[in-house]
Design a binder for this molecule. Structure first.
Ligand SMILES: [Zn+2]
Length: 199
């Protein structure tokens, strides 16, 4: 059993899906480190991650996942590229969110024995779920569907669902045998998976 400190926008939904994805990628049981932290939205994650990871390290946790949605557009929040200058992206309110999160991870968490990864699905976690569903995107690529509300409605339908119901539907999708092969074709998922495989 591997314990992972997970900081996500809403741990009861996003966090649980990331925990499950870690299990699938690593092939081991993963439990989320239980703490008093309750994250609420991307800005909160960005602000609290440093303290959260310090407390996790104090508690003996050595693995961490930090994730927020991209919420980007055609001219802002563009996908991460390896040649990004983190300082420049961090100062830009419309900068790259992978770089934002990289900057929030304390230096002690950047070397062994600590293992961390940052995850920014494009544009929301529902983008990945729709890719598994084989959804027909009218845009040239799934990454170019930017509207959060449309992504969520396409994924879960018009009726409001409880977070438990959304979690159940999402986990069913992630449990499909072809889920990882389909996701692995998208650069945002490759970025996540490659970090975890390096643990
Ligand atoms: Zn970046």
């Amino acid at each position: 059993m591997l314990t992972v400190a997970i900081a996500s926008e809403f741990n009861a939904f996003d966090g649980e899906l990331y925990r499950y994805l870690l299990e699938r990628i690593l092939g081991v049981e993963v439990q989320a480190w239980k703490s008093e932290f309750e994250f609420n939205g991307c800005k909160h994650v960005r602000k609290q991650t440093g303290l959260f990871l310090k407390k996790a390290a104090d508690a003996g946790v050595q693995h961490a996942l930090v994730a927020i949605d991209n919420d980007g557009g055609s001219a802002r929040g563009l996908p991460h590229k390896p040649d990004h200058q983190v300082e420049r992206e961090v100062e830009d309110p419309d900068g790259c969110r992978v770089c934002w999160l990289l900057e929030t991870i304390p230096s002690t968490w950047r070397a062994a024995p600590y293992r961390s990864c940052v995850v920014v699905p494009i544009q929301t976690l529902e983008t990945w779920l729709l890719i598994i569903q084989g959804h027909t995107f009218t845009e040239p690529s799934p990454e170019q569907r930017y509207n959060r509300a449309v992504l969520k409605k396409d994924c879960f339908g018009k009726l409001p669902l409880s977070s438990q119901e959304r979690q159940r539907i999402a986990l069913e999708l992630l449990k499909q045998p072809e889920a990882l092969p389909k996701l692995s074709l998208r650069p945002s998922f490759q970025h996540f998976m490659n970090q975890v495989l390096a643990w």
